[in-house]
Design a protein around this ligand. Sequence first.
Ligand SMILES: *Cc1c(COP(=O)(O)O)cnc(C)c1O
Length: 436
Amino acid sequence: MVDQRRNLQGVSHPPGVDRVARSLTDAGLPAPLRVEAARRAVATARETGGDAFALAETEATRLRRTLLTPVINATGVLLHTNLGRAPLALEVAPTATNLELDLETGRRGSRQAGLSRLVQATTGAEDAIVVNNCAGAVLLVLAALATDRGVAVSRGELVEIGGGFRIPDVMVQSGARLVEVGTTNRTRRSDFERVADQVALVMKIHQSNYRIEGFTEAVDVPDLTGLGVPVVADIGSGLLDERCPWLDGPPPTWLADEPGARQTLDRGADLVIFSGDKLLGGPQAGIIAGRADLVAACARHPLARALRPGTHVITALTETLLTVLEGRGTDLPFWRMATLDEAGLRARAEAIVAGLPDGVATIVEVGSTPGGGTLPHIEIPSVGLHLRGDRRDALRWADRPIVARSHGDDTVLDLRTIDPVDDAFVTAALGALDDG
Ligand SMILES: *Cc1c(COP(=O)(O)O)cnc(C)c1O
């Protein structure tokens, strides 16, 4: 093979695309993508005189890495939006389910019924409906309950969540009319009282990813009740219950100011809206929970059909909520990462360093962050590996890409977000770095 390549370099024409594509059978790509990689490599070889076979291997690797692939999250951001937020182990048997069959009557049932029961049990809501994500949930609530009518929102809460998701824009899409009240830093109940007769809803949007500090005043859910219109709280992160009954111990202290869905309903919200793949630790989903008549209005709206989740999401969310209700929260990867103690993290860091040549990595104290647009400024004490220089590109080129974070001019890998089963792989990858 090597000789053949050397011979080929001597010829003025690069080898044919077919031959180069055939050399890529072990590249982990289907034939059409092998041909694409080969075509690009041959074109480059023609221009640069490079080795078409070697170029093709690089192209194939590049192509394969544009497809969805497992990576190791060493960033210390527990819910990393670029890395799929809450990681979730899910095995789905290739079998039919009672998705829309009522096993009692044999008639058509609702795909929402089982989930609604589990959301009721975890949050105390009367009823619930699940859609594709939280942005979809906000859109559906506004469309179903406030099209052509006003929705009062504090000027301090007209937020952009990330990825260009802006509450005022969603409002326009839903057909609801935004009625801004108060000011950026101070909003009072009296501001809402003044517009109460012009609106169909008042909406409270959690400051998920920002804080307003200094001379501030905000109206919390209890002070929004009694205005004669339903109160909808977009709490975002999806903490089901502030007491975290799915954990053995008390709630982590860093959760202190995060509103729970159960408590938000107890405080008087008529509906809460939240994500499935943030602090809930489940699949991407948006959950609308609360008063049965309002949930029913959402379910009847045509958008509900367009935004409904598929079987795999329903399966994953069912499993997640059952795990929560059984008190096995740390079986969920997010809650396991969130509650790991520092002593265990340090022991893992020491084992990794012991497996490396001297001086490759040192152990440092770091702060993990919840991420996913939740809990800004919060750091969870953690343990990391410190590498000299910016090694992030090289780490991303590992067989299983390792995504680390920069620390000044250097690189840090946070043990909290690395699954312990990957420690051996990380050790090997760091050892190989040293060679390069
Ligand atoms: C994250 C968030 C959303 C959007 O949730 P997705 O599940 O990403 O659609 C909406 N509102 C708030 C307050 C959030 O924190």
